[in-house]
Design a protein around this ligand. Structure first.
Ligand SMILES: Nc1ncnc2c1ncn2[C@@H]1O[C@H](COP(=O)(O)OP(=O)(O)OP(=O)(O)O)[C@@H](O)[C@H]1O
Ligand SMILES: [Mg+2]
Length: 278
């Protein structure tokens, strides 16, 4: 990974992926792993559902999917069965406790952690056929800049990068953003800073990242890359407790600080994204 103190350093990029953004698709991604993508995706889906939106979360972390664990769901049919032609797409869509739908990758998807033309086609076909049925599709992607992650992100109209205030998470977030700008011509990236300890930390971090981008990442002459700070989600003991119980935080403790932050994120997204689409 590149270092934020050496921000001009080249990031090794896998195969270039043409951008085919689809409306209403929001990718939740990160540079470093374990920063809270799945937690944010699942609870954001619940918050958007509570606001009356029809939401689907797709487990796009094909190799190391764990949305099923977080939601305590054990579906008989998964994306794996759809990919292999053993089941119809509709059979693999499960209702999650938070009032939204999920499409779980399931075990056996390791073979799909490599981006082959088949994986690309299947993914694109599935997302395209799902889109008309939902107000928003969230892609819970893997971390980093592997070709599968970048491909999943390339299908989204909007990208939400989750980072924590840890220096390693920030350098990796920077590397990811740099690739999304260079490879996918992204000009707007939404930031969620998770596990913050003080109010205002996330905004300061986003500003700092923006300054580094302004100095070292040139999109095209006259074009600026804009990071939009969406929300700070505080480090909250309730998150771990909910994950341990395999429950959605928004259902068990909707009034705790992290749940309130997610509800705020849903409201902001609805204003800026869904309203624009409809
Ligand atoms: N705001 C928070 N406060 C406290 N703990 C948190 C918070 N957000 C996430 N966590 C903890 O971090 C763990 C990892 O979160 P999660 O599985 O969502 O990360 P991820 O980015 O999806 O990981 P991966 O890259 O492996 O997919 C959670 O199980 C939870 O215990
Ligand atoms: Mg995850």
């Amino acid at each position: 990974m590149s270092d934020i103190e050496n921000p001009g350093a080249e990031v090794k990029v896998p195969l270039p992926v043409p951008l085919k953004p689809l409306g209403k698709v929001l990718a939740v991604t990160s540079g470093k792993g374990g920063v809270g993508k799945t937690f944010v995706s699942a609870n954001l889906a619940a918050a958007l559902a509570k606001r009356g939106k029809k939401v689907l979360v797709l487990d796009a972390d094909l190799g190391l999917a764990n949305l099923d664990v977080v939601l305590n769901l054990y579906p008989k049919v998964t994306l794996h069965d759809v990919f292999t032609g053993k089941a119809q797409l509709e059979e693999a869509i499960v209702r999650a406790p938070g009032g939204f739908s999920v499409l779980l990758a399931g075990s056996g998807m390791v073979e799909y952690s490599r981006l082959t033309p088949n994986v690309r086609d299947d993914f694109l076909r599935i997302i395209s056929s799902l889109l008309p049925h939902y107000d928003i599709v969230l892609l819970d992607t893997g971390a980093g800049i592997s070709d599968v992650v970048l491909f999943a992100v390339s299908l989204a109209s909007e990208v939400l990068v989750v980072a924590t205030p840890e220096p390693t998470s920030l350098t990796d977030a920077y590397a990811t953003i740099k690739v999304l700008v260079g490879q996918q011509q992204r000009r707007t990236i939404r930031m969620v800073i998770n596990q913050t300890n003080r109010m205002g930390d996330g905004r300061a971090i986003t500003t700092q990242l923006q300054q580094v981008l302004d100095r070292f990442v040139v999109a095209k002459p006259g074009e600026k890359v804009r990071l939009i700070h969406m929300v700070d989600i505080p480090a909250d003991i309730s998150v771990r407790q909910a994950v341990m119980k395999r429950q959605l935080l928004l259902q068990t403790l909707p009034g705790c600080p992290a749940a309130l932050a997610i509800a705020q994120l849903a409201a902001k997204l609805e204003d800026s994204l869904i309203a624009k689409e409809t």
